[in-house]
Each structure stands twice: as structure tokens, then as C-alpha cells.
Design a protein around this ligand. Structure first.
Ligand SMILES: NC(=O)c1ccc[n+]([C@@H]2O[C@H](COP(=O)([O-])OP(=O)(O)OC[C@H]3O[C@@H](n4cnc5c(N)ncnc54)[C@H](OP(=O)(O)O)[C@@H]3O)[C@@H](O)[C@H]2O)c1
Length: 324
């Protein structure tokens, strides 16, 4: 009989309750891959979109073709993990059983489980001083922010606005922008303005008092993680050579994109993963953890992410001995 493990499984699209903990076969190793005993894994907006099939406007058909017509084709969600290497596939020489690693499994998912199999090349060692929880809370937002800030032309001295500066991507985008020597303004509601200041924002905007629709400052780069900006905001918010980067772009926005309005996907990329964890080690980058749930409460973790109010990352503690 095949060995089994506990995993969070979604057989159909729907509300958080479609995610149930079941015993499923432990995935099989393959050449170039490693098996990781997962310690901590975030429930991200990518996971909840795949669970509920809430793709951006105009993307419903394409989204379902990619993830499954009637339900997730890969029922164990979870693109990002941190844990301990438990077995090596053929040809893996640069990692050993017992190494602490973190990685981004992209569309293959499978991290909301006791074990995940991932390409060795998409994993990085977790520095000794960094906990699995910190690593798990860094990689989704950090690699996404790294990719899209680069696409937006981030450079020292630039004036940057992060819309949604307290979310999983936003907390990383704010800090990376500051670390690269740019000036950063963060946008969130008043309860999150102290957090954005603590993370290094030069200016903060409480959108409940000063809606961005009426904002008249201009920036070299605007990163929208919320999804309430579009190409029609570009002239009002951007300097002449500025770029507006839309993380949740619908089909029409993608069609309208170009040099000034940037869209795209960072799915499966792990841009800057090792550098991000090194910055956590040196305490120049701070992971932000909203809440930690045991695997048994995975539906509650999905509900928290669906609230669109989380600050930083929602984690699942798989080992239940997570140190945050
Ligand atoms: N294209 C890609 O490849 C890609 C990759 C990764 C992520 N994404 C997308 O990026 C988006 C952001 O993900 P995330 O995980 O960072 O989101 P998140 O963590 O769910 O964002 C939540 C935060 O957004 C803030 N917020 C909510 N409404 C706001 C508003 N109107 N103005 C400003 N801030 C607001 C909230 O602060 P308050 O509670 O203070 O309002 C909260 O802290 C998602 O849509 C995700 O799908 C795209």
C-alpha cells in the first residue's frame, strides 16, 4: 500500500469550506526533485483564487482551462513552502536530507500538506537564524514584489507608490523599494498606516480619508496590488516616463498594457528568493505574519485570506511546532 499523508484538499471550486483535510498518497519523487517535510506554508491570494475560481475579469475561461474545468486539477493547493528535505531524487547533489529549505512550487502547488515534492532548482536553503514561518511569510510576497518592481523599472531615487502596502505582496514591496534606495508611499486603511511606517514608508495614505481616485501626486512607479487602479489612472498618477504595474489585471487591461501600463504573471517564478531570505537573516527585511492556523483549521485560514483584510501572510503550521 502507498504511504499516505494529511493534506488540505479542494475537489471542487467554492467557498473556504470546500477545503478539507484528507489522507492522500505521498507524492512520488522524480529525477531532479526533492521531497520536503513541510513545516510552514502560506495560504495566498493565488491559492484562494484557485480554490474559488475568482479569476480577474475576462479570465474565467482561460483560468479554468489552466487550473481545471469543474474543480482544481491539482486538488492540494499551496505554491510556497518551508520545511526540511526528507528525500532526494536522482541527480540532486547540492542538497542533503535534513537541510532546511524553502521554495516556490508555482502551478504544481501541493504545499498545503505534510510532504511536497519540488524541483531542487526552485528551492533555497533557509539560513540558520531564520525560522520556517519567517521563510514561508517572505517568499510569496517577496518574489512577487521583486519580479513586478523590476518590471516597473525600480531604481534608486525613484518615487514609488504601493497601493495595498499592508498586504502579503505590499509589505515586501514597500521594504524592497526602500532597500533599493527609492522613496516609497504606502496606501492602506488607517489601522495599517503605523505598520507601513515601521516597514520604512516615507509617506502613508489612509485611503478611507484620502481616496486614491482624488490623489494628485505623480510617481515614477505605481504598484497596484489591490486591483482598483487601471490604465485610466496612469496619466493622473504617473510622471512622464512612469509605469503603472497592475497585479490583478483583467483581460481588457492586459490588452491595453504596454510600456506605461505593465501586467503579467509571476506564477512559478522565484525571483530573488535566496537574497530575500538573506535579508531576513540580517534583519533588513521583516516578514509580517497575520495569523497562524493549524492544518485542521485550513478552511478558517482561507476565510481570513478571503476577507481581503490580512496584513502580510496567513500561515498554516503543518508541523505544529513552528517558531515564528
Ligand atoms: N499577477 C501575478 O502574477 C500575481 C502574483 C501574486 C499576487 N498577485 C495578486 O496580487 C494581489 C495582492 O495580493 P496580496 O496577497 O498582497 O493581497 P492581500 O494580502 O490580500 O492584501 C490585503 C491588504 O490589502 C489592503 N487593502 C484592501 N483594500 C485596499 C484598498 N482599497 N486600498 C489600499 N489597500 C487596500 C488591506 O489593508 P486594509 O485592511 O488596511 O484595507 C490588506 O492589508 C492579489 O490580487 C493577487 O492575486 C498577482
Amino acid at each position: 500500500m502507498n504511504p499516505t499523508m494529511r493534506a488540505a484538499v479542494a475537489h471542487t471550486y467554492g467557498s473556504p469550506e470546500v477545503v478539507q483535510v484528507e489522507r492522500v498518497p505521498i507524492p512520488k519523487l522524480a529525477p531532479g526533485r526533492i521531497m520536503i517535510r513541510v513545516v510552514a506554508t502560506p495560504v495566498t491570494r493565488g491559492d484562494t483564487i484557485q480554490r474559488a475560481a475568482t479569476f480577474p475579469s475576462g479570465m474565467a475561461v482561460l483560468g479554468r482551462l489552466m487550473t481545471g474545468l469543474r474543480g482544481p486539477r491539482r486538488p492540494v493547493l499551496g505554491a510556497v513552502f518551508a520545511g526540511v528535505v526528507s528525500a532526494l531524487g536522482a541527480g540532486v547533489t547540492d542538497l542533503s536530507v535534513g537541510d532546511r529549505v524553502a521554495g516556490v512550487n508555482g502551478p504544481e502547488g501541493g504545499a498545503h500538506a505534510e510532504y511536497v515534492v519540488a524541483k531542487a532548482a526552485s528551492c533555497v536553503r533557509i539560513p540558520d537564524e531564520v525560522s520556517a514561518g519567517e521563510a514561508a511569510a517572505t517568499l510569496f510576497g517577496g518574489t512577487t514584489a521583486t519580479y513586478f518592481l523590476e518590471r516597473g523599472g525600480l531604481r534608486p531615487g525613484a518615487r514609488v507608490l504601493i497601493n495595498g502596502g499592508s498586504g502579503e505582496v505590499g509589505v515586501m514591496a514597500l521594504q524592497i523599494t526602500r532597500l533599493r534606495g527609492a522613496t516609497v508611499t504606502g496606501v492602506a486603511s488607517g489601522k495599517n498606516t503605523p505598520l507601513m511606517r515601521e516597514l520604512g514608508a516615507d509617506e502613508v495614505i489612509d485611503y478611507t480619508e484620502n481616496p486614491l481616485e482624488t490623489h494628485r501626486q505623480r510617481y515614477d512607479l505605481v504598484l497596484d496590488t489591490v486591483g482598483n487602479l487601471g490604465p485610466s489612472d496612469a496619466d493622473r498618477l504617473l510622471k512622464e516616463d512612469g509605469r503603472l504595474v497592475l497585479l490583478r489585471a483583467g483581460l481588457n487591461q492586459m490588452i491595453a498594457s504596454g510600456r506605461r501600463v505593465v501586467t503579467g504573471s509571476s506564477l512559478g517564478r522565484a525571483d530573488g528568493a535566496a537574497e530575500l531570505l538573506e535579508s531576513v537573516r540580517t534583519k533588513t527585511l521583516k516578514p509580517v505574519i497575520d495569523r497562524v492556523f493549524p492544518l485542521a483549521d485550513v478552511a478558517a485560514a482561507h476565510r481570513r485570506v478571503d476577507s481581503l483584510r490580512k496584513t502580510g501572510s496567513v500561515l498554516i503550521d503543518i508541523s505544529e511546532d513552528i517558531v515564528t
